[in-house]
Design a protein around this ligand. Structure first.
Ligand SMILES: [Fe+2]
Ligand SMILES: [Fe+2]
Length: 215
């Protein structure tokens, strides 16, 4: 398959996933929440994600030979840590400890699975393309929702600007390198894996924050 058409296929998989979240936005989006205590829990979970994102990008540098992909990952690692600092500051401002959070089992599984991806196309498809697109979709939902207070919207406006400024990079990288049936199949499976695990994480977060279960 032409790599441009392949990228369109992957984006279609992610868009279809996003649409399944629209009828009832998850707690992750902050939209269904009504107390600041619950919002802080979500922000702590998302602070953990920013740190793990930095870990993944940084950890992949040495095994990424493609020069411009390495540069993209290094920049992303730095940016994710900036996001982490913004969220940590916000949680502290609300009178809570940003770092007493224990990741949900599904969240640990999702990042560990991503960490195991071996090649550049899988990593960029499963992590950057799939994960960041879903996250951006849900950030837009929270920025548009009247139920979400400004203390949440302010940091995410900053984060959204960063994400949008490099939003096309994963597509360009995949169009350049996902050019064989084997690399396309591996990348497609990485996206499918990410979406399965992302849904499990979102569901788990709903149970923890909304239903007050352990995870
Ligand atoms: Fe981020
Ligand atoms: Fe990001």
């Amino acid at each position: 398959m032409e790599s441009d058409a392949f990228v369109v296929e992957l984006v279609g998989m992610v868009d279809a996933f996003c649409q399944t979240l629209d009828a009832a936005p998850p707690a992750y989006s902050y939209v269904p929440l009504s107390s600041d205590d619950d919002r802080v829990l979500i922000m702590k979970s998302r602070l953990f994600n920013e740190q793990r994102a930095a870990d993944l990008y940084g950890g992949w540098l040495k095994t990424t030979p493609e020069f411009e992909v390495k540069a993209h990952m290094a920049e992303s690692a730095y940016e994710e840590m900036e996001h982490a600092e913004i969220l940590a500051g916000r949680i502290r401002d609300m009178g809570h400890d940003p770092f007493d959070y224990q990741p949900l089992p599904a969240q640990t599984a999702m990042f560990n699975a991503l960490e195991g991806l071996r090649d550049t196309c899988q990593r960029i498809a499963g992590f950057s393309l799939a994960g960041e697109s879903v996250a951006m979709h849900l950030i837009r939902k929270s920025l548009d929702a009247p139920s979400v207070p400004d203390w949440i919207k302010a940091p995410y406006k900053r984060i959204a600007e960063d994400e949008e400024s490099h939003g096309s990079a994963p597509k360009e990288i995949l169009a350049r390198y996902a050019i064989t049936p084997e690399s396309q199949d591996a990348a497609r499976r990485a996206v499918a894996m990410r979406l399965v695990l992302f849904r499990e994480y979102l569901t788990s977060l709903d149970r923890w924050v909304i239903d007050k279960q352990s995870w």
